[in-house]
Design a protein around this ligand. Structure first.
Ligand code: ATP
Length: 339
């Protein structure tokens, strides 16, 4: 079996009484675009910092390409980090920033390599500008080029798009993915933004309180979350449990069905053999551009959110449904049980 780009074995880190990382095991394949996703304080940045070598573990090991690097200094590890604030040198121009690492190591042909990398991040023509003369998105690309030009085995990115506004962030999500595909280097990034993790990654590890709750592809994590925490953090949880689960699903336990899987129908609409339904009162109708969100209080108790594409409903007149009784209909195959 080929060595993994990154392997974490029983990784722990305590700061005084705070157990920031409480035992993490993880294998990341070469060339993967991997996200560590979790709420603030869940320990993902501390894990990233231990991989980079800026923080030493209380217990456990970090392996890069099968080699134990736990006790090596950052510069002895085959990784580069892109920080959230980019940490560019303000007095150097773009080309000098990108070339810097190679110049320190006296790498031959460094000018060509830097120029080539600027082309990859689509910044050709900006060589002479200083960081202060660039937009946020352009600065982020310089930071990316500066890290990638060293050809590390793994690129670590700490909230890479955190400093950008929504529109630019969406553009850079697509760009980052394209750049990663082009250079073929393993990207490991930290984010608290579920959409960012879902759209960019090959796989995601969802963190909570210093532990990994679930690891999987975006579709696995979203369609089949393992725990109520994952269901709620990655998307809307729409839980049915206790008496509600018994009444609606005829089963004991905790279940969920994603909002976009629910159809808002009239009370007398037919329900197919493979479908299930529940009657409730529309508490809220929220118009959200491409879709409308219905908040429905079930007769059986509990509340479900239904998201309808505005191609299916007429967005102009759905607000009249507020206070009305509706039938929510979904395919049984779209329900899932939670641990
Ligand atoms: P965020 O998204 O806010 O950065 P995170 O998931 O990356 O959160 P960490 O930054 O890894 O979380 O922090 C995990 C826990 O460890 C938090 O409770 C934090 O306060 C604590 N912590 C992190 N670094 C230190 C430190 N140097 N000293 C003391 N406590 C720390």
């Amino acid at each position: 079996m080929p060595d993994h780009a990154v392997s974490l074995r029983g990784l722990r880190k305590s700061f005084g009484d705070v157990e920031a990382v409480a035992g993490v095991d993880l294998d990341i394949a070469d060339g993967e675009f991997f996200a560590m996703l979790g709420p603030s304080g869940s320990g993902k940045t501390t894990v990233l910092r231990m991989i980079a070598g800026f923080e030493s573990p209380t217990a456990g090991n970090v392996l890069l390409g099968g080699r134990d690097v736990t006790r090596l200094a950052p510069f002895q590890r085959d990784v580069n980090t892109v920080f959230q604030d980019y940490a560019l040198f303000p007095h150097m121009n773009v080309l000098e920033n990108v070339e810097y690492g190679l110049r320190v190591k006296k790498v031959p042909g460094r000018r060509e390599r830097a120029l080539k990398m600027l082309e990859t991040v689509r910044l050709s023509g900006f060589e002479k500008r200083r960081p202060g003369q660039l937009s946020g998105g352009q600065r982020q690309r310089v930071a990316l080029a500066r890290a990638l030009v060293n050809e590390p085995r793994v690129l670590l990115l700490d909230e890479p798009l955190g400093a950008l506004d929504l529109k630019l962030r969406e553009e850079m999500q697509v760009e980052l993915k394209a750049i990663q595909r082009e250079v073929g280097i393993t990207f490991l990034f930290v984010t608290h933004d579920q959409e960012e993790a879902l759209t960019m990654s090959d796989r995601i590890a969802v963190f909570d309180r210093g532990r990994i709750e679930q690891t999987g592809t975006p579709a696995e994590v979203y369609e089949r979350p393992a725990t109520p925490f994952v269901a709620g953090f990655v998307g809307t949880s729409n839980l049915m449990s206790g008496q509600v689960a018994l009444d609606v699903l005829g089963r004991e336990g905790t279940f969920s069905v994603r909002p976009e899987k629910l159809r808002v129908a009239a009370l007398d609409d037919p329900v197919g053999d493979e479908e299930r339904s529940a009657v409730g009162t529309v508490a809220e109708v929220v118009y959200a551009g491409p879709a409308t969100r219905f908040v429905v209080d079930l007769e059986a108790g509990g509340r479900l959110i239904a998201l309808q594409q505005n191609q299916q409903v007429s967005s102009m007149d759905v607000s009249r449904l507020r206070g009305e009784k509706v039938r929510l209909v979904w395919y049984r195959s779209h329900e899932f049980a939670l641990a």
